[in-house]
Unconditional design. Structure first.
Length: 339
């Protein structure tokens, strides 16, 4: 393989399309295997990327010695089984978000990583969106003072995006976990791990779906920071993840769909409130950058920022909101420690 010394496999070729592009464009990786139950899609991707293997059952890839990295981009409820299987087979794994739909399965992956010693990354891709990454740097530099309120939203209409085989409609897939994990993980990244959630939910848009389609959650973060996350998958509007970070000395407004972020800061713009634009590239699903970092962490033996613990903690934060919407009372966020 020359300088392309890591063989990659992608499981789930709809969500995995960005993973295929990322591996194909990376000078240290080669796509050697693909897997999907849709035979027509499988054949199209085989013709496009030329992998040695194209299979409908992921288990056929477990013992292939030239597969070093596996992207698990299958529907959410397959993540745990497939990730654990590949870890135990000696592969490094990049799992699409959310890590899992339940905490027990998430902890099972954490344990499998510890037992096997393999490298693991969760695809919390908002951390690689240029606008969000810039907002994080500005907050960390103290440009808006001390945070006191953070908010994000995942407004993404699923009306015409039910997923192949209607996988998004499966009652196991609560939208606040399956899609809202983007917004929750973004706030965790900026403000730290929340300790408590209180949420309301309703079901007024996708009335033929078996789960709530809108949830509003309020979180209590460390240092008395308040957080708000809105998730709507039945909305009538273009996709957005508009996010706002309020500090004692300024405010940042950003969206992964915008070509700039806005900041109003007394430190930089004086006492008269005004927003300044900071241009950024629009790359809301920047999987190529995500894969590049994973490959560098593997080849350079570096810590992986979005590892299995980060994935499990985001699942725990999402679950607390889901449970609160059901119970009608605040719910503690489960603490996920290294095992």
């Amino acid at each position: 393989m020359g300088e392309r010394n890591l063989g990659a496999a992608v499981i789930g070729l709809k969500m995995g399309s960005g993973h295929l592009r990322g591996y194909a464009s990376n000078p240290k990786t080669t796509v050697v295997a693909i897997c999907d139950p849709d035979k027509d899609l499988l054949e199209r991707r085989r013709e496009e990327y030329g992998p040695r293997m194209a299979v409908t059952d992921y288990r056929e890839l477990l013992n292939e010695p030239d597969i070093h990295i596996v992207s698990v981009a299958s529907p959410d409820y397959f993540h745990a089984e497939q990730c654990v299987s590949f870890l135990k087979a000696g592969k490094d794994v990049l799992c699409e978000k959310p890590l899992t739909l339940g905490l027990e399965e998430a902890l099972g992956i954490v344990q499998a990583v510890r037992e096997t010693g393999r490298r693991f990354m969760v695809g919390q891709v908002c951390r690689y969106a240029p606008g969000f990454a810039l907002a994080k740097r500005l907050v960390d530099r103290g440009e808006i003072g001390d945070l006191y309120l953070v908010e994000s939203e995942y407004a993404h209409s699923y009306r015409e995006a039910r997923g192949a085989g209607d996988w998004r409609v499966d009652p196991r897939r609560e939208p606040f976990i399956g899609g809202g994990c983007h917004a929750v993980d973004l706030l965790r990244w900026v403000a730290g791990d929340p300790v408590e959630a209180f949420a309301y939910a309703n079901h007024k848009c996708l009335t033929d779906w078996p789960m709530n389609d809108c949830t509003m959650a309020v979180y209590r973060f460390p240092n008395e920071v308040i957080g708000k996350v809105m998730v709507s998958v039945g909305c009538v509007r273009p996709y957005t993840m508009r996010s706002v970070f309020y500090g004692t000395e300024g405010t940042i407004v950003c969206d992964n769909q915008s070509s700039s972020i806005q900041m109003c800061s007394r430190k930089n713009f004086g006492s008269e409130p005004s927003f300044a634009d900071f241009p950024v590239e629009i790359a809301h699903h920047n999987v190529t950058a995500e894969i590049a970092e994973f490959v560098e962490c593997i080849s350079g033996d570096k810590p992986i920022p979005t590892n299995e613990l980060e994935g499990a903690r985001t699942v725990a934060a999402c679950l607390a909101a889901v449970e609160s919407a059901r119970s009608g009372k605040p719910e503690r966020v489960a603490r996920i420690e290294s095992v």
